[in-house]
Design a protein around this ligand. Structure first.
Ligand code: FES
Length: 146
């Protein structure tokens, strides 16, 4: 049921672990299952030059965290902010329908880390309150449809 790439990332996660003095930290919990994730980023000239994650969750959550850090590494914060859960699932070669909600942790955690970095630098977040509401609405609707 998992793609070979998902199994590879779960078995050998990339960019897992702690980071000293991160420029931004995003911590998110999955309201569906209670799993947790933290993403830490180092930023240079608004580009992600290092990224680490710690995920307390299922195999799909760990694989999506791992591949999301690969996708975000080296991107500008604006580019990284555009990574959606569908992009993450596609990059892994697809996720089982009942596991799609797990990919929210990684993309949401990344966005939270970027917004944390901006906030610490007295800059407005890339997300807006309105967008956040829509995001969670979509999330709930999607989950209920699965
Ligand atoms: Fe919790 Fe997958 S079951 S993130």
């Amino acid at each position: 049921m998992y793609s070979p790439k998902t199994i590879a990332h779960f078995s050998n996660p990339h960019n897992a672990g702690e980071m000293e003095n991160p420029d931004g930290v995003g911590e998110v919990g999955n309201p569906v299952c209670g799993d947790m994730m933290r993403i830490m980023i180092k930023i240079n000239d608004d580009r992600i030059e290092d990224i680490k994650f710690q995920t307390f969750g299922c195999a799909a959550a760990i694989a999506t965290s791992s591949v999301t850090t690969d996708m975000a590494m080296g991107k500008t914060i604006e580019e990284a902010y555009q990574i959606t859960r569908q992009d993450v699932a596609d990059e892994l070669g697809g996720l089982p329908a009942q596991k799609m909600h797990c990919s929210n942790l990684a993309s949401d955690g990344l966005k939270a880390a970027i917004d944390d970095y901006l906030k610490k630098n007295d800059r407005p977040p890339l997300g807006t309150e309105g967008e956040d509401k829509d995001k969670y609405k979509t999330y709930d609707e999607d989950f209920n449809n699965e």
